[in-house]
Design a protein around this ligand. Structure first.
Ligand code: ATP
Length: 370
């Protein structure tokens, strides 16, 4: 294990900037998740750390030592990819010991046996050591692939979308498995994914990447509650956060946000007043999470209540998702599974204003981050 540090790391492929001025520290033994859409620069970042790509500029340190001039096989970094890439004719034991027998690695047979058995024990695959890969479930194959990276006892373990190719049901199960495995992985680990649920459930700390640039880093809940910008707000959460463009209006000292079509009026919560005044802007985007909207029976106009009609209602497992048309907006609302709505039925929605996020309409930055 060792601390990993990236300093102003940049990688250009011709005129494409894949990684843009990324600075990041991953503590000794930390499990960090990088989340970003396709093309965000996630894989390139891992390849730079592993040494299979050279940075255009910036520095990489492992355990305080600069790595830029160090060849990949001297970095003590292991990378596991999306495919398990197990050797089909080797049993689990041989698949696990393979990385220790590569040319240039001089491990005694005793040391190889010790490491293989220790990793197999940690990952709960000891009873499978004599099986061929085709005799394993996908979950077990995943553990063997991970074991093969861990057996080298790397300082840094890089996991590139390790479960993204599995179907949704298996992915859900593997997510829980990985959560349990985190304690067994002793290396400083970076786990890359484009799946927000995976990121939210696995991360101690989450880094959101867009077009090669870090958007925000922090605890998953912190990013969900206080996203630094509209991009992070939209990336985390399903259904996605509702975004309503509003103008700030002042009446008799009271501050109100009014949507551009006038259909939605929101009081500015106490907690955001100061930041909004400081920002000195009157065009904002209000971010309202579907779980912070509720349906009320009373259709009379009131503050923080707005009326519309039901566009569609879906029951999904343990929750319902109501999409309502309010003026020119379509708002998603999470409801309890017991509720029921008919298309075009009038509906009144209420919001707890304390849960609002407000973004500068021009820069898309959270006003709390200015
Ligand atoms: P995905 O989730 O689709 O794997 P990613 O976030 O891992 O995406 P990267 O694979 O790091 O993204 O790619 C970042 C950008 O760099 C993309 O625009 C990609 O097309 C470009 N890129 C990556 N590798 C190369 C290469 N070898 N040559 C040219 N462009 C590249």
């Amino acid at each position: 294990m060792a601390k990993l540090a990236l300093e102003h790391l940049t990688k250009d492929f011709g005129n494409v900037r894949a990684v843009n001025d990324v600075s990041l520290e991953v503590e000794d033994g930390e499990f960090l998740v990088i989340l970003g859409p396709s093309g965000a620069g996630k894989t390139t970042t891992l390849k730079l750390i592993a040494g299979v790509e050279r940075p255009t500029s910036g520095m990489i340190y492992i355990g305080g030592k600069p790595m830029n001039a160090i060849e990949p096989h001297h970095r003590n970094v292991a990378m596991a990819f999306e495919s398990y890439a197990l050797y089909p004719h080797y049993n689990v034991r041989d698949n696990l010991s393979f990385p220790l027998k590569a040319p240039g690695r001089k491990f005694s047979q005793q040391e190889i046996t010790r490491r293989v058995e220790e990793v197999a024990e940690l990952l709960n695959i000891a009873p499978l050591l004599d099986r061929l890969p085709r005799m394993l479930s996908n979950g077990q194959k995943q553990r063997v692939a991970l074991g093969r990276a861990m057996v080298r006892e790397p300082d840094v373990l890089l996991l590139d979308e390790p479960i993204s190719h599995l179907d949704a049901k298996l992915r859900h199960r593997m997510r829980t498995e990985f959560k349990a495995l985190e304690a067994a992985i002793r290396a400083t680990t970076i786990y890359v994914t484009h799946d927000y649920l995976e990121a939210m459930s696995l991360a101690d700390r989450l880094v959101v990447l867009k077009e090669g640039t870090i958007q925000q880093s922090g605890g998953p809940h912190e990013l969900f509650v206080n996203p630094a910008n509209v991009f992070v707000a939209q990336l985390l959460g399903h259904p996605q956060i509702n975004l309503v463009e509003c103008t700030l209006q002042r009446t008799n000292g009271a501050l109100q946000l009014v949507s551009t079509d006038g259909a939605i009026k929101l009081e500015v919560p106490e907690r955001l007043r100061g930041a909004l005044e400081n920002a000195g802007i009157d065009q904002v985007i209000a971010g309202i999470r579907p779980q912070h909207l509720g349906v009320v029976d009373d259709h009379r106009p009131a503050s923080n209540v707005f009326t519309g009609t039901v566009y569609v209602y879906e029951r999904l497992g343990t929750k319902g998702t109501l999409t309502a048309t309010v003026g020119a907006h379509r708002l998603d609302v999470l409801t309890s599974i017991e509720e029921s709505f008919a298309i075009d039925e009038p509906v009144s929605l209420t919001i707890d204003p304390a849960q609002l996020s407000l973004f500068d309409a021009k820069t898309h930055k959270n006003i709390l981050f200015n």
